[in-house]
Design a binder for this molecule. Structure first.
Ligand SMILES: *[C@@H]1O[C@H](CO)[C@@H](O)[C@H](O)[C@H]1NC(C)=O
Length: 385
């Protein structure tokens, strides 16, 4: 649907006036050529079986969230059993954008993986794109961008929220990289010169986990909204004010009850934004375009079996997170990023951490998003990427 056809509806659907169209799937940055793809992947991963309680509604879920997940006698993560090797075939929805006029950087591909609560439009919002759109910024820098809906959200295949977890998603990412290296699903005349993985939050965890097991997967890595000393997983879960997604809204009816979502814009702000560094209407836009996330995705991050030591990865890597990131730094990142990540990226050439001033977890939706983008592209440039 064309974004403008929805525009009059905004006044009825949302509590605050916003200049941002909610259906932003069709935004194409000026000067870009973009194409959508549906990509078959075959995953192979060690998956945890969910052994905790399952629920059908908010009554059942909140009993898990408030009691089962936090009881000191039960331990966390309670609900995960032993890993089992599984393979599966899925379809993944993606977009490739490249500068309409090819230049010296257009063979350099940024492969972007969004975090929990979003789909691929996190990178390419139609909301005030001059201020908040990463793809547009990258195109203006001459780079190409491949961005996709992670498994379960957007137009990618749906799977159970009690199954969807990081190991499967890492396998999807590995397959997508292989397809790009073979110059499939691009708009390039020949195979990419380099592939830089760019992640936000859960997407950054995935990049780190992939580089730990496949050190040559990427030529460079940018991990945004990432930290390892965040608020306790249980507090983060409660911070979402979580509700079962398919009960909250008809638009989430295709998700099973293992998918949860923020209760409202304020609980979204609680975990993703920091005042006064954001605009209210952009937070409203973010809530209106949100996607649910799988409870197994969140819980799988706390597994002690998740390997994050990427010592054999040799390329450049940058971790950049907001100064006041609640989810991954417990509200204060200075000092935490270098302490957490320097020991994990000992083989990386030019490894750096950077604290983006004033902002919270959702870096791209804060007022100074282009300041953060500038740091990223300066880092790539000085490392010859
Ligand atoms: C915006 O971000 C840049 C890059 O981190 C930083 O140098 C600048 O001080 C920031 N501006 C504000 C107002 O926070």
């Amino acid at each position: 649907m064309h974004p403008h056809t929805l525009f009059p509806l905004l006044l009825f659907l949302i509590p605050t006036v916003t200049s941002c169209p909610i259906d932003n799937d069709c935004y194409i940055p000026p000067g870009a050529s973009c194409k959508n793809f549906m990509i078959p992947v075959t995953t192979a991963s060690d998956n945890y079986a969910w052994v905790g309680p399952k629920w059908n509604d908010d009554f059942g879920f909140i009993d898990f969230a408030s009691v089962a997940s936090s009881r000191t006698d039960a331990g966390f993560p309670l609900p995960l059993g032993a890993p089992v090797s599984q393979t599966a075939k899925y379809m993944i929805g993606a977009t490739f954008c490249t500068p309409a006029l090819a230049g010296k950087n257009s063979g350099k591909v940024l492969l972007a993986t969004h975090g929990l609560g979003f789909d691929r439009t996190y990178w390419n919002p139609g909301c005030k794109p001059d201020q908040y759109n990463f793809v547009q910024y990258a195109i203006n820098e001459g780079y190409s961008v491949f961005f996709y809906d992670r498994l379960g959200v957007g137009v990618s295949d749906k799977i159970s929220g009690w199954l969807n977890q990081i190991n499967i998603q890492v396998s999807v990412l590995s397959q997508l990289i292989a397809s790009l290296r073979a110059n499939q699903n691009t708009l390039l005349p020949k195979a990419p010169e380099s592939i830089t993985l760019v992640g936000h939050s859960f997407g950054s965890y995935m990049i780190n986990a992939l580089l730990a097991i496949e050190p040559s997967a990427a030529d460079a890595a940018i991990m945004t909204g990432y930290g390892l000393v965040g608020a306790d997983a249980r507090i983060v879960l409660e911070g979402f004010g979580p509700r079962v997604a398919n009960i909250q809204s008809q638009k989430f009816s295709a998700f099973d009850a293992g998918y949860i979502t923020t209760r409202d814009v304020i609980s979204n702000i609680n975990n993703f934004f920091k005042a006064p560094a954001y605009e209210h209407d952009v937070a409203v836009f973010s809530e209106a375009t949100k996607q649910p996330f799988a409870v197994s995705e969140l819980v799988s991050l706390t597994s002690s079996l998740l390997k994050l030591n990427a010592k054999d990865y040799k390329g450049p890597a940058l971790v950049i997170s907001g100064e006041f990131d609640y989810i991954v730094c417990g509200g204060y990142c200075p000092g935490e990023l270098s302490a957490s990540f320097n020991p994990l990226f000992t083989g990386s050439k030019g490894f750096e951490t950077y604290v983006q001033p004033a902002v919270g977890h959702g870096l791209n939706f804060h007022k100074n998003a282009t300041g953060a983008f500038g740091v990223i592209f300066e880092y790539l440039g000085k490392n010859g990427i």
